[in-house]
Design a protein around this ligand. Structure first.
Ligand SMILES: C[S@@+](CC[C@H](N)C(=O)[O-])C[C@H]1O[C@@H](n2cnc3c(N)ncnc32)[C@H](O)[C@@H]1O
Length: 227
């Protein structure tokens, strides 16, 4: 029996160490409601956890589309090995991060080894979704991958509501979508079929879905390849 392979199969999807993963798995509902942004009380906040899951699929120099505040994914989880871009100048972003019109990505063909859309393809206005995914395909080197994360519809709507409530009641500023102002053609979530069809239309193949098991499979991730 190939124990190394079996061990790899079970351990690979773990975002963090075994003890951290166990604590995070057991406390998922608590974390979802109480840890909106930063890790606390020895538990992982959902954003850091999703960045960890995604970083395990990054193959090299990475473009993070819709990077959000502080360009955290590239800076903290990829040691700066990439570029984060966004349409809105959130705290911690510089002019280099801002591309107001993402219908054309300002990069040469075949620049990157991974492109990520983390918790944001639903925020790309509907008429632009295919265009941005095609741009992702263009700027990837052959043999490279795209990673898209998307929550379960009920979880996505609930999370938005919780964060909105936090900001209203506690005067915090966690809800990046309200700060920017959600447009009509954005959505709270996308169905799997829409994500898979759009990825295939943009040219990606071997599209696979996997789950964030420490979030009780309520969040998931798609990987597709440019062959
Ligand atoms: C829920 S936030 C996710 C931010 C970050 N990726 C994360 O995981 O924390 C959604 C992001 O999508 C961005 N966004 C809005 N319009 C976009 C567009 N046309 N293309 C790409 N991203 C967009 C927003 O500005 C925001 O940063």
């Amino acid at each position: 029996m190939d124990y190394a392979r079996i061990l790899h199969y079970y351990l690979y999807p773990m975002p963090r160490s075994l003890s951290q993963t166990t604590k995070d798995f057991l406390t998922f509902p608590l974390r979802a409601f109480l840890l909106v942004e930063g890790d606390k009380w020895g538990l992982s906040a959902l954003p850091s956890e999703r960045f960890d899951y995604v970083s395990r699929n990054v193959r090299g120099y990475c473009l993070d589309v819709g990077c959000g505040k502080y360009n955290r994914f590239v800076k903290e989880f990829l040691n700066g090995e990439g570029v984060g871009i966004d349409v809105f100048k959130y705290d911690g972003l510089t002019d280099e991060n801002i591309v107001e019109d993402l219908s054309t990505f300002p990069f040469e063909d075949e620049t990157f080894e991974t492109v990520t859309f983390i918790a944001n393809l639903n925020h790309v206005p509907e008429p632009l979704r295919d265009t941005e995914l095609s741009e992702a395909f263009r700027v990837l080197k052959p043999g490279s991958n795209i990673v898209v994360t998307m929550g379960n519809p009920v979880a996505m709507v609930m999370t938005h509501k919780v964060v909105e409530l936090y900001d209203k009641k506690l005067g915090t500023n966690y809800d990046v979508d309200s700060e920017r102002g959600m447009e009509e053609e954005e959505s709270y979530y996308l169905k799997d079929t829409e994500i898979i069809e759009r990825l295939a239309r943009a040219g990606f193949s071997e599209i696979e879905k996997s789950y964030f098991f420490t979030q009780w499979n309520l969040n998931h991730l798609f990987v597709g390849w440019k062959r």
